[in-house]
Design a protein. Structure first.
Length: 264
């Protein structure tokens, strides 16, 4: 596959991944959304279906890595780093495009949510306002969770380990079951397997940090959150932002090491 195919495939695929994954978070979170308060099950299955759709769409062009941790793991497995920058560029650009499209699709809901006094603070909403203030003091605005992840308990070591463990599970599943005949990306059955693995990780390991397990999925939308003209949006929690980038990259590298020792 050519560099242009890789870049286009990863951009389109990752944009779809974030549009549908971030979209389910917006649907569950935002005021005036028909799916508001649908809960964690909706989010985990929404992300799983997002992975499935994105992989099937982009696999013919790029092999559907859609995740720098997967790209790093495959580079270690094959000892071939030549296309890593191209994959990374497409993944991060696609993640930012997808996050921007979530904002477009839910534009009215974002405005209603972020101008509601019960959500952003005001008379008669002291308890809710106090929670919003507490979150913003930590650097996380009231809609940041639509764009990127954040921990329930802030403990850098635990949060980092959670992301590493979740990514090891994901990447091992990709390496052992999900590769196409060329070994460069996900095959047809692998796409379904990987989507179900993402649902499983969300249900079992997503509680502590929101399971980024993908640096592009977290950093790209976090940048978009920082740039978008959202009223009362609060901070983008840059103090936490390194964990969902570093953790998955470490997890992907460890998974590749395990694969090379145990399966290759």
């Amino acid at each position: 596959m050519s560099s242009s195919d890789i870049f286009i495939g990863e951009t389109i695929g990752t944009a779809i991944l974030i549009l549908l994954g971030g979209g389910v978070c917006a649907a569950v979170t935002l005021k005036a959304s028909k799916a508001r308060n649908a809960g964690w099950l909706a989010i985990t299955f929404g992300w799983g279906f997002a992975v499935l759709t994105a992989v099937y769409t982009s696999a013919p062009l790029s092999g559907a890595h859609l995740n720098p941790a997967v790209t790093v793991a495959l580079a270690i497995k094959d000892n071939d780093w030549s296309n890593v920058p191209t994959y990374f560029a497409g993944q991060f650009l696609g993640a930012m495009i997808g996050a921007a499209l979530v904002w477009v699709a839910y534009y009215g809901q974002f405005h209603a949510h972020l101008t509601d006094k019960e959500i952003v603070g005001g008379p008669g909403a002291q308890a809710t306002a106090a929670k919003a203030v507490e979150a913003q003091e930590k650097g996380a605005g009231p809609v940041l969770g639509i764009f990127s992840t954040g921990p329930e308990i802030r403990n850098a070591v635990q949060n980092l380990l959670t992301e590493i463990i979740g990514t090891i599970v994901l990447v091992l599943a990709v390496l052992t079951q999900g590769l196409n005949d060329s070994g460069k990306g996900l095959g047809t059955l692998g796409a379904l397997i990987t989507a179900l693995v993402v649902v499983s990780i969300g249900l079992s390991l997503g509680g502590p940090t929101g399971y980024a397990i993908n640096p592009a999925r977290d950093l790209g939308p976090r940048i978009v959150h920082a740039l978008l003209p959202l009223p009362n949006k609060g901070g983008s929690d840059w103090g936490y932002a390194w964990i969902p980038v570093v953790g998955p990259l470490i997890g992907g590298a460890i998974a590749a090491g395990i694969y090379n020792v145990a399966f290759a």
